[in-house]
Design a protein around this ligand. Structure first.
Ligand SMILES: *[C@@H]1O[C@H](CO)[C@@H](O)[C@H](O)[C@H]1NC(C)=O
Ligand SMILES: *[C@@H]1O[C@H](CO)[C@@H](O)[C@H](O)[C@H]1NC(C)=O
Ligand SMILES: *[C@@H]1O[C@H](CO)[C@@H](O)[C@H](O)[C@H]1NC(C)=O
Ligand SMILES: *[C@@H]1O[C@H](CO)[C@@H](O)[C@H](O)[C@H]1NC(C)=O
Length: 454
């Protein structure tokens, strides 16, 4: 992801041409068949955006304005889709995408993406592979990279990036010095690393991963990315040694920490320390369910219309990770479902727009009055929150001692294939980034939207 994208408002709102057909999705949460059928419709409409399987296009890429990371996130959603519904329609296209993008070292460091790839971007692809291992998504042919090994490869490339030259540790947002945001140490990069480490520990039983997860959590707390209320804040800056924190709260940051903590809780057989953290993170989620409605909201940008393309998808990940948390920590089930059920109902009602009369908007609290927005993120968020309501119908994630079949490689990703970035960013790209950086600075100084508070 790029710094600029996170900090600019949305322009993705447009009204589709044509007359609106009253064809909104109707969801009956008491019926698994109804949930599956609605999920199937939303998945179909989401996959219409995907062109990577068209002749001449590149598998695993979404067209503009969607960045590479979101395609990885979307294929993670399609792994979940198969897990929840059993519908195999998209399995081949999902496998093709997840394998095409692995890069020369089979670690989701693809030379084509050096201009956009941060630790979080790589993390989302790694987490899709991790999910595939956990749910026994059909394994690739044996001469191809395997799900577990891919997740390990992402972990193994990120751990050496742990940076102790400032802030007492942490991963930087960016991997490459030439990308905007190289000085930012943020919750999602560290959160994905934490989430992946905790899940690898649970899956493999190898404590190297849980040691890193513990260390990451403690570091995030130490600089205030997680506070006493278990709120998770967006990031800090190593040029000020992380002495101030950007207090924006995003659903996906909280979600990444939530599922990581649930895995640590489970991996440590219900330890008190991880139970305390998990309880706190569950309570901290309340900020995203305002007004006692139990309907998930991207509170930082939904009501002010400032959500950008990336941010339209964030509720997908909180939904996905809340559902998975109930498997690792069954005691959280009632509390979490009390939020996921009303959110799913509201999300389905919002799928009431566009030419097809069932396009999903962003603002679930608006009921069946479509908010006019549409895109991969809106479809994905609705899909994940709705299919998450099948969680009690499916088995929990497997591990390598409880039926997991994915072949791992503890050393994956550690052989350095040296490749240079494919040349400097083009003038057009940089011009755009420079302009957007200026927008960020204006927001920072003038509008307090980019809020940095002690
Ligand atoms: C990288 O870009 C080249 C040229 O467009 C393309 O042939 C290749 O499939 C791409 N690889 C990936 C992993 O995107
Ligand atoms: C930067 O922060 C870390 C962790 O809080 C601290 O240990 C270190 O002394 C600080 N460095 C400077 C130069 O203040
Ligand atoms: C850990 O997860 C398993 C599988 O979902 C579950 O049966 C078990 O109760 C969990 N452990 C704890 C301490 O909650
Ligand atoms: C545990 O994971 C670490 C980190 O990837 C690896 O170096 C080590 O070999 C693994 N240990 C075992 C027993 O697989």
């Amino acid at each position: 992801m790029k710094l600029s994208r996170r900090c600019t408002g949305s322009t993705a709102i447009a009204i589709l041409a044509g007359s609106q057909v009253a064809n909104c999705l109707s969801l009956d949460l008491s019926s698994p068949d109804s949930i599956k059928s609605v999920a199937s419709t939303i998945a179909y409409d989401m996959m219409l955006y995907y062109t990577g399987n068209h002749t001449g296009d590149i598998p695993g890429n979404l067209p503009a304005p969607y960045y590479w990371w979101e395609a990885g996130a979307m294929f993670g959603a399609m792994v979940d889709y198969w897990y929840f519904t059993g519908d195999t329609t998209y399995n081949d296209v999902t496998t093709e995408a997840l394998l095409w993008q692995v890069g020369p070292n089979r670690d989701y460091m693809t030379p084509n993406q050096t201009k956009t790839e941060g630790n979080d971007d790589q993390g989302f692809w790694g987490l899709a592979a991790m999910s595939a291992a956990e749910v026994n998504f059909p394994n690739p042919p044996s001469d191809q990279p395997q799900w577990l090994a891919l997740a390990q490869a992402v972990f193994n490339t990120q751990a050496p990036r742990w940076d102790t030259t400032s802030c007492g540790g942490g991963l930087k947002w960016q991997i490459f010095t030439f990308n905007n945001g190289y000085n930012y140490k943020n919750a999602i990069s560290n959160g994905c690393f934490f989430n992946l480490g905790a899940r690898l520990a649970k899956y493999t039983g190898n404590d190297t991963y849980s040691d890193w997860a513990e260390k990451t959590y403690v570091w995030m707390e130490s600089i205030g990315l997680i506070d006493q209320r278990y709120y998770v804040f967006d990031g800090s800056d190593d040029t000020i040694n992380c002495t101030k924190v950007n207090l924006l709260q995003w659903t996906y940051n909280a979600g990444a920490m939530l599922l990581g903590a649930a895995n640590m809780y489970n991996h440590t057989n219900g330890s008190t320390i991880w139970k305390t953290r998990l309880d706190g993170l569950v309570t901290g989620l309340d900020v995203f369910f305002p007004n006692g409605q139990n309907v998930m909201q991207e509170v930082a940008c939904e009501n002010n219309g400032l959500c950008n393309v990336d941010q339209h998808s964030f509720k997908a990940y909180l939904s996905r990770w809340m559902a998975a948390t109930t498997k690792m920590a069954p005691y959280t089930y009632d509390t979490i479902m009390a939020k996921l059920a009303p959110s799913a109902k509201a999300a389905a009602a919002q799928c009431c727009g566009g030419e097809n009369g069932r396009t999903c908007g962003l603002k679930w609290s608006m009921g069946s009055t479509w908010d006019g927005s549409y895109g991969v993120g809106q479809q994905m968020a609705a899909l994940e929150v709705i299919q998450s309501n099948l969680i009690s119908q499916v088995a929990g994630p497997v591990t390598n001692s409880t039926g997991g079949t994915s072949v791992g490689d503890p050393n994956a990703g550690s052989t350095t294939v040296s490749y240079l970035p494919i040349g400097p960013a083009t003038t057009a790209d940089r011009g755009g980034a420079g302009f957007l950086t200026a927008v960020v600075l204006i927001s920072f100084i003038g509008m307090m939207w980019w809020m940095i508070v002690e």
